[in-house]
Ligand binder design. Structure first.
Ligand code: TXA
Ligand code: MG
Length: 327
């Protein structure tokens, strides 16, 4: 039986408690359609500062501000340019984060001193209700300790922060990878690959380019320069199944993460107990990857990469950042 079937999802009572906590300047973890966020009132600089402390997050890495309606967006930005309006109409509420010029109402703590603020309207009903009922925009990074895989279940949040953190329970998240971050001023750019694929975005934003790599140590988006998504064990990312199998034969203490279709071939020479499925499709892989990277099995994790197209491009971005070595 699916263990999640018997869990108790968050109730109205829990939401009210979460709202009270946000209003008091406390931190609340909540589900979004991408990953769980660790939220605080974006207009309360002290509360936002406490997110940095709780996560162990570098101070120069700003947070995404989550809003529940356009009025709330207007309360933190200078203007909404026409291209942003078009993109919002198509993708909001949803897993797309857009950079805007920030206004004075927002403390520089949220934006790490940058003149822009990253904003998104999440599509998860619990997230929207929490923001709407709190009546303030909510600053929220992913609810993991800095450097760890992002949380896609309540259990992941507890794993990183213990039970002391208040978490709204929305079960397993839908997309499993974070929102796509775009800059629309000047040449439109993807600053972080995410749940909305580059291909899908390009249909609406002509001339869109991907700008997620460091150039001489400088990143267009601060988060891109830090180590991310790393499992507790060392992880090697393979593009060739043959090389992965040879490596696994020599390293008996390793476990393998791969798509379901690869299991029959790998299990010809490797015990099935060492193979962990990432699911059938690339969407499944996105949904499962952070959970699987949190495996307690083995002393070494070997991952078979996927094709860099559609959501697979996002998955590979995460795996390349998480990897100790790429073969
Ligand atoms: O799906 C998501 O986006 C999740 C959920 C909780 O909404 N949030 C999330 O937040 O992934 P976080 O803090 O883990 O990642 C935010 C990313 C970082 O890479 C950060 O550097 C970038 O957004 N960012 C935030 N503000 C920025 C800004 N003003 N300019 C450039 N990049 C910015
Ligand atoms: Mg994060």
């Amino acid at each position: 039986m699916d263990k999640r079937a018997s869990r108790i999802p968050s109730t109205k009572q829990d939401i009210l408690q979460a709202v009270q906590r946000i209003k008091k300047g406390e931190l609340v973890a909540f589900p979004t359609e991408t990953v769980y966020g660790l939220g605080a009132n974006a207009l309360d600089a002290r509360a936002v500062h406490n997110i940095f402390i709780a996560k162990g997050r570098p101070k120069d890495n700003p947070f995404i501000v989550h809003v529940s309606d356009e009025k709330m967006l207007r309360s933190v930005v200078k203007t909404i340019p026409p291209l942003a309006k078009k993109v919002m109409k198509k993708f909001w509420p949803g897993p797309l984060t857009i950079l805007f010029e920030k206004n004075k109402k927002l403390s520089p703590v949220v934006t790490a001193g940058l003149s822009t603020v990253a904003v998104r309207m999440p599509a998860h009903p619990l997230a929207l209700e929490l923001i709407h009922k709190s009546g303030v925009p909510i600053a929220a990074p992913s609810a993991n300790k800095s450097g760890r895989p992002s949380p896609t279940t309540v259990e992941h949040v507890h794993e990183d922060f213990g039970k002391k953190i208040f978490v709204l329970d929305g079960g397993k998240t839908k997309h499993g990878v974070e929102s796509t971050v775009v800059s629309l001023s000047g040449k439109p750019k993807v600053l972080r690959l995410g749940a909305i694929s580059y291909e899908e975005l390009k249909k609406i934003i002509p001339g869109l380019v991907v700008d997620v790599k460091l150039k001489k140590g400088v990143a267009s988006s601060p988060g891109q320069k830090y180590k991310h998504y790393a499992p507790a064990q060392p992880m090697i990312l393979f593009s060739s199944l043959k090389k992965l199998v040879s490596y696994a034969q020599l390293h008996k203490d390793s476990v393998i993460l791969c798509k379901e279709k690869n299991i029959p071939l790998i299990s010809r020479t490797i015990s099935k107990s060492r193979i962990i499925s990432l699911g059938k499709t690339d969407e499944d892989v996105a949904r499962n990857i952070y959970d699987r990277l949190r495996t307690k099995k083995g002393k070494l994790i070997l991952v078979l990469g996927v094709q860099k197209k559609g959501i697979g491009r996002t998955v590979m971005d995460r795996l390349e950042r998480a990897a100790t070595k790429i073969v």
